[in-house]
Design a binder for this molecule. Structure first.
Ligand code: IMP
Ligand code: MG
Length: 182
């Protein structure tokens, strides 16, 4: 197993809570009086979506999708496979997709094209994090938690080889060193 580990904390639990509450307030205002379906993208968005919807003061329904993007470990190819689809149709509904991080934006742009073809009444994105690649791509993300530099981060749902999702903060991944075998 690699000895990569969480390094510098970029976003503390307190700052996460503060920002999630702000986003929930904004979303509650924007969707008041409308039917809202919140769609979480597994697995990275689970902590974010759970904290976010509990601060909404409007009714909503939840659904989840799981996707895997083909490509190397560090660069997605834009070819995406749906591992778990939504339980119900979304035609005519107001859909808010909740993502953990948009890096190149390739995964999300595939997902949005796929969901748009099902003719929802509206389709917006709420992502906890963005990176510069996505900002160059000009993807339209209505709600953004934090804009990061081009660094690999873990915690609060984000993983490195399925590790570190459970951390209550967001930290830069310290790649570590391979110690000599004893
Ligand atoms: P994109 O297609 O390049 O936008 O890929 C985004 C996906 O890559 C995210 O949904 C994450 O699963 C993963 N990812 C990108 N950056 C990070 C990171 O810093 N930490 C953990 N996962 C990441
Ligand atoms: Mg993801």
């Amino acid at each position: 197993m690699s000895d990569a580990r969480p390094g510098e904390v970029l976003v503390s639990p307190e700052r996460l809570k503060e920002r999630v509450d702000e986003l929930a307030l904004e979303i509650s205002g924007d969707y008041r009086g409308r039917d809202l379906l919140v769609v979480g993208v597994l697995k990275g968005a689970v902590f974010f979506i759970a904290d976010l919807v509990r601060q909404l003061d409007i009714p909503c329904e939840l659904d989840f999708m799981a996707v895997s993007s083909y490509g190397s470990k560090t660069h997605s190819s834009g070819v995406v496979r749906i591992l778990k689809d939504l339980d119900s149709p979304i035609a005519g509904r107001n859909v808010l997709v909740v993502e953990d991080v948009i890096d190149s934006g390739l995964t999300l742009s595939y997902l949005l094209r796929n969901l748009a073809s099902r003719e929802p009444a509206s389709l917006e994105v709420c992502t906890l994090l963005t990176k510069p690649g996505h900002r160059r791509r000009g993807l339209d993300t209505r709600y953004v938690g934090f804009d990061l530099e081009d660094v690999y981060v873990v915690g609060y749902g984000l993983d490195h080889g399925e590790r570190f999702r459970h951390l209550p903060y967001i930290a830069v991944l310290d790649p570590g060193t391979d110690p000599p075998q004893a």
